[in-house]
Write a protein that binds this ligand. Sequence first.
Ligand SMILES: Nc1nc2c(ncn2[C@@H]2O[C@H](COP(=O)(O)OP(=O)(O)OP(=O)(O)O)[C@@H](O)[C@H]2O)c(=O)[nH]1
Ligand SMILES: [Mg+2]
Length: 347
Amino acid sequence: MSSRRRKKPRQNEDLAERYIQGDFEEENAEKEQRFTNRSKNAEQEKILKTAAMRASDEGSAAGIESLPIGQVIQIHSLFCEVERESVTYLCVTRKTLNKVAETGIVVGDRVRIRESGTKDDLGRPEAVIEQVLARDTVLTRSDSFKQIEQHPIVANADQMLIVASVANPGVKWGLIDRMLIAAQSGKLKPIVCLNKFDLPPDDAESPQPLEALEYYQKLGISILKTSVEYELGLDLLRAMLKDRTTVLAGSSGVGKSSLINAIQPQLDLRVGDVSEYTAKGRHTTTSARRYPLGFGGAVIDTPGVKVFGLWDVTRENLDGFFPDVAAGTAPPWRRESFDRIAESLAK
Ligand SMILES: Nc1nc2c(ncn2[C@@H]2O[C@H](COP(=O)(O)OP(=O)(O)OP(=O)(O)O)[C@@H](O)[C@H]2O)c(=O)[nH]1
Ligand SMILES: [Mg+2]
């Protein structure tokens, strides 16, 4: 995978830091950790056991309410990273967690952790997640258009920056309409951000990106025009993200990670090479991760999506998400989005 900004691998001593900064993918990270002798499962067992011992030493198995609260910043296959007062803990979860976590813990979840007092081979303190607190908001996808299973993606974000690009790849308005519904039904404020304004749109495209963007503004949705290349709209983006938690979502290659790098260069997130991912269908960002913003607030970068299956949307509440269709004033692409969703709900 090509990476414009990726640094050359260095020695083990700063593996932990690179890992915490999301510098590698999960699979690679696991390969890079081969110097550890313990198996992952043994490691999990050890954390659970030592935490349990501590709990019984303290006589506090029942005192979950007094445990400190942290926030989940990334989920890996067997562990998750939880941040509390600028310390990142490597956490395992109890099999019997409370109801909130029935569909799995997600990035942004606020959790009560019990430190095990141990460290992993990379020096990270270890802990057990004992409880997941109620979510204020939750961005959820369904498994597919059939809507059988729900997949929460991000909890407790205030807003969702729905990112598309003028060209390379061009905008899929149907996807934007779906993400707008997901944001609204999860209680997140949506913002439609059209990136790569330095590139000319394809004349044949209908609707033209600018025209459509202005239409969303008329519907009362916040919009933003950006170009990472021309540094266009970045001050406004910073102002919109300041002191809020924002999840960025959109197709692969539209520039989600690039936008985050542009407003917070220290993060130095991995950015894709358009020719590579379009040829191979690769996504540069492979799992959601939360990053604090130096000027206040946080962003959650997510991997690109091709489809966005809706959850909790019914034929009855669908009209409410399409007031323009209900009023008979919607342009063709909005009617098409509505019809497609209605059709998928009828199945
Ligand atoms: N011309 C132009 N290219 C851009 C702009 N923003 C990002 N790019 C390029 O678009 C490509 C994809 O950018 P990424 O930031 O990796 O896209 P992403 O949305 O994070 O992609 P995934 O992680 O796969 O979901 C990179 O080659 C960027 O350099 C822009 O404003 N203008
Ligand atoms: Mg990315």
